[in-house]
Design a protein around this ligand. Structure first.
Ligand code: ZN
Length: 294
């Protein structure tokens, strides 16, 4: 059965993203597909965009926390759950045209411009500060959600990986690797595709704090609450200042260039194997990571 046919039959009763605001002025946005390790389908990505918009529009919200319900933060883009909806039309937020009925490499290129690169950059540039609260797996597309946040608080059970070089692809669409890690460590991270522990990610400066899993929520909300006492515009200007300097250092233009290498790789995979992921899905990616541990 095709993915499209499968997703038509498939109904998830829970919303893919939950939203609440606490008394400190902190919006808590939860990825809510724990059964699928918070794999990101289109419904989740656009649900997340709507939740972020709601938090930006609410004057009572000063700081936004992004978390994942269940054991894992996010296993990445949905490449294998029954609710995979990559071929469906979404209610888009940028001015790219609908990808769903386009031929050849255009379908995926347009979809990823809009839903992966476009949304992730939009979130990275939101005017309110964001904190990712990460436990368990934060893999590939999961990194994109965490990296787009201003701070990352991880539990000691968290791990990070971008294994997509195995698919012949030079890293996920939001190519922040050489900014999140120094270039030599970024190469190791990608060339091996192995898990980086929270502790090492902390040593490399990729996360702000590592805390025991039981303390993760309390610590994160405590930090968010302290941040929320700062003036709204001051926080926003400070965020823009640092993001602007990163962009002057080449983050944005570098990402534009690498996005096209990423799509050359997708297209190459399609030419040689008729599968733009090089024959991998969520199951075979997980299995190949288990083999490598032996
Ligand atoms: Zn891609």
């Amino acid at each position: 059965m095709s993915d499209a046919a499968k997703s038509e039959d498939h109904v998830e009763t829970e919303p893919p993203v939950l939203y609440e605001v606490n008394d400190d002025g902190v919006a808590i946005i939860s990825l809510n597909r724990p059964k699928y390790h918070n794999a990101q389908n289109g419904k989740m990505l656009y649900g997340l965009d709507a939740a972020y918009k709601r938090a930006i529009d609410d004057d009572n919200v000063k700081v936004i926390v992004l978390k994942g319900n269940g054991k894992n933060f996010s296993a990445g883009h949905d490449i294998g759950s029954p609710g995979r909806d990559a071929h469906e039309t979404q209610d888009r937020v940028h001015l790219w045209w609908d990808h769903a009925d386009k031929p050849g490499a255009e379908l995926q290129y347009v979809r990823e411009q809009e839903a992966y690169l476009g949304l992730t950059r939009r979130w990275r540039d939101m005017p309110k500060p964001t904190i990712a609260m990460v436990q368990g797996a934060c893999i590939a597309g999961g990194l994109m959600l965490a990296w787009a946040c201003d701070m990352i608080i991880a539990s000691d059970t968290a791990f990070f990986s971008d294994p997509v070089v195995r698919m012949g692809i030079p890293g996920v669409e939001y190519f922040a690797h050489p900014f999140e890690l120094n270039p030599r460590i970024a190469k190791e991270f990608l060339f091996l595709g192995e898990r980086m522990s929270a502790e090492r990610a902390y040593q490399m400066g990729m996360v702000n704090r590592v805390v025991a899993l039981d303390d993760l929520e309390k610590e994160t909300l405590d930090i968010a609450g302290r941040m929320a006492k700062m003036p709204r515009l001051g926080l926003s200007l400070t965020k823009q200042a640092i993001n602007h300097i990163e962009d002057l250092q080449g983050k944005r233009t570098g990402m534009d260039a690498v996005f096209h290498m990423h799509h050359f790789a997708h297209a190459h995979n399609s030419l040689i194997s008729d599968d733009n992921l090089g024959g991998f899905d969520a199951k075979s990616m997980a299995a190949s990571q288990r083999d490598e541990k032996k």
